[in-house]
Design a protein around this ligand. Structure first.
Ligand code: 13P
Length: 244
């Protein structure tokens, strides 16, 4: 269960969140938990999460380790700051910041090389779903952004299916719709990496996950967890999602 805070919260607000959140998930041993704050809050989050089961992640990284790349942050920097996870290829990065399947692949390889655990995002836009292109889009994103990983690399990634039309809109995919897309993705994994990899890979659903719809989503065997935006910003709400 991962929270993507997007561009929200300051270091002080991060500290307050963890103070409220950790007691609520102290007994939650059924899943891994991660919070992905903005870069500038990673240190505060790592410090606040110390001794707990909650991991910290970044929301992006650049694929070079260091250099004259003003404004960028590298995998080794994120790792050294104490984060374990990194979200890659979020649809907001694809839509607003020119991310492509090719750069998703570069970032994923760089994250793995730095010892980070990538959460690689895929998902279709509304027009693509309405044109019955969902499977084609997922196939293109998988082939371009993931399928060049070696089997050893692939074994370390988590995939997040986030239909763009469900993000921040309150329009959650029905559990059946989400499960269908997860089945498509698992089929692609099966074709490329084999049945064992397909059964092991964790596929998270993201898009308007809330305390009142998480249970129905998680009842689908295809859905292994959630990547939560808005509802991860408040401790009680994200805790109730974790504890579905
Ligand atoms: P919301 O939960 O706010 O719809 O955001 C989903 C998301 O983009 C998580 O990465």
């Amino acid at each position: 269960m991962a929270g993507n805070w997007k561009m929200f919260k300051t270091p002080a607000q991060t500290k307050d969140f963890f103070a409220a959140f950790l007691p609520l998930v102290a007994e939650s041993k059924h899943c891994e938990i991660a919070i992905c704050p903005p870069f500038v809050n990673i240190a505060a989050a790592v410090d606040a999460a110390k001794g707990s089961r909650v991991g910290v992640g970044a929301q992006n990284l650049y694929w070079k380790n260091e250099g004259a790349f003003t404004g960028e942050i590298s995998g080794p920097m994120i790792k050294a700051s104490g984060a374990e996870w990194v979200i890659i290829g979020h649809s907001e990065r694809r839509q607003f910041f020119g991310e492509t399947d090719a750069t998703v692949l570069e970032r994923t390889k760089a994250a793995l090389a730095a010892g980070l655990k990538p959460i690689v995002c895929v998902g279709e836009m509304l027009a693509e779903r309405e044109a019955n292109q969902t499977d084609a889009v997922l196939t293109t994103q998988f082939n371009g952004g993931i399928a060049a990983l070696s089997p050893e690399e692939f074994a370390q990634i988590v995939i997040a299916y986030e239909p763009v039309w469900a993000i921040g809109t309150g329009k959650v995919a029905t559990p059946d719709m989400a499960a269908d897309a997860h089945r498509t993705i698992r089929g692609l994994v099966n074709a490329k990496y084999g049945a064992d990899a397909a059964s092991k890979v964790r596929i998270l659903y993201g898009g308007s996950v809330k305390p009142d719809n998480v249970k129905g989503l998680m009842a689908q065997p295809e859905i292994d967890g959630a990547l939560v935006g808005g509802a991860s910003l408040e401790a009680a709400s994200f805790a109730s999602i974790v504890n579905f």
